[in-house]
Design a protein around this ligand. Structure first.
Ligand code: CO8
Length: 278
């Protein structure tokens, strides 16, 4: 499959390249943008088009003022993403593999850089690069039928866009070794016990619950949500003392926003807050 390159849109529109637009479909439900990876014949496996499509949509959502949360999910009932596309990778040279992995890293970087939270709604297999994509999101909700794992070692490779590193930061070194070195696939409930997923729902409830969560986040102060996302990410790589300092500075900055005045005034007046994101 030949990737179609495109420039990230800057106007918050759905504009994206033609091939990429076919495999990643965006629909908005009010303030929540839902990105659905749609390659059912390959269980939504990640090829260059999917990665470009995801990055394009994420860049567009990041600058869309009305979008306050993003959901990433897979089309159909069977798979979130069953990994990077093995057929596309099989003949790659090390240089090509590095460039391909970089496209995955670009998606992860887009998720980390955008102010809105990104929720992975894992509706089926989330394996290899699919699990790594979920790990790059801000939180992971899963269907009871989901299966997660990093089976790369069964193919003679290792995770390539941050999976080993995000997993170890998430669940600790030894539990990460249990996942990565065995290549085992885990049920949603097992993943919940490991702390890889945060909540598990019946399959039919997953997307509605993810949208509900997205809308709840959308009702909060957007600058505060963005600041909280930022300090959690920064703090994960800092000493506790530095991280608390990072938080303290961001807390103080909130008091320079109209949202803080509005949020506290609304509480005192016993009315819902109307945030402007300013
Ligand atoms: N790549 C390409 N095609 C796939 C993939 C995949 N990862 N997974 C499934 N498919 C295809 C199958 O080949 C099959 O195609 P066809 O009908 O043409 O034969 C179709 O999807 C349906 O799959 P199955 O018939 O295998 O369905 P089953 O229900 O029998 O099995 C499984 C489902 C268990 C999910 C099985 O398909 C499977 O094991 N898939 C591979 C899982 C895997 O190993 N994933 C990791 C891949 S390596 C990786 O992700 C490395 C990431 C590194 C970084 C990448 C940076 C972007």
């Amino acid at each position: 499959m030949v990737a179609t390159t495109s420039l990230p849109p800057t106007d918050g529109s759905n504009a994206t390249s033609v091939a990429a637009a076919e495999v990643v479909v965006r629909r908005d439900d009010g303030p929540v943008a839902i990105l659905t990876i749609t390659r059912p014949a390959a269980l939504n496996a990640l090829n260059a088009d999917v990665l470009v499509g995801l990055a394009d949509h994420l860049h567009a959502c990041a600058v869309a003022a009305h979008v306050r949360a993003v959901i990433v999910t897979g089309a159909g009932e069977k798979a979130f993403v069953a990994g990077a596309d093995i057929a596309a990778m099989q003949a790659m040279s090390p240089v090509q593999a590095r460039a391909f992995a970089q496209k995955g890293c670009d998606v992860a970087a887009a998720i980390a850089a955008m102010p809105q939270p990104v929720i992975a709604a894992v509706n089926g297999f989330a394996l290899g690069g699919g699990c790594e994509l979920a790990l790059a999101c801000d939180m992971i909700l899963a269907s009871r039928k989901a299966k997660l794992g990093l089976p790369e070692v069964t193919l003679g490779v290792i995770p390539g866009f941050g999976g080993t590193q995000r997993l170890l930061r998430m669940i600790g070194v030894h539990a990460a070794r249990r996942w990565v070195l065995s290549g085992d696939v885990f049920s949603a409930d097992e993943a919940l016990r490991f702390g890889v997923v945060q909540e598990v729902f019946e399959p039919e409830d997953l997307l509605p619950k993810a949208i509900e969560l997205g809308k709840r986040i959308a009702s909060r102060g957007p600058l505060a949500v963005a600041a909280a996302k930022r300090v959690i990410a920064q703090g994960a790589d800092q000493s506790l003392a530095d991280a608390v300092d990072t938080e303290g500075r961001a807390f103080a900055d909130c008091f320079g926003t109209a949202d803080q005045k509005e949020g506290m005034a609304a509480f005192l007046a016993k009315r819902p807050a109307v945030y402007t994101g300013s």
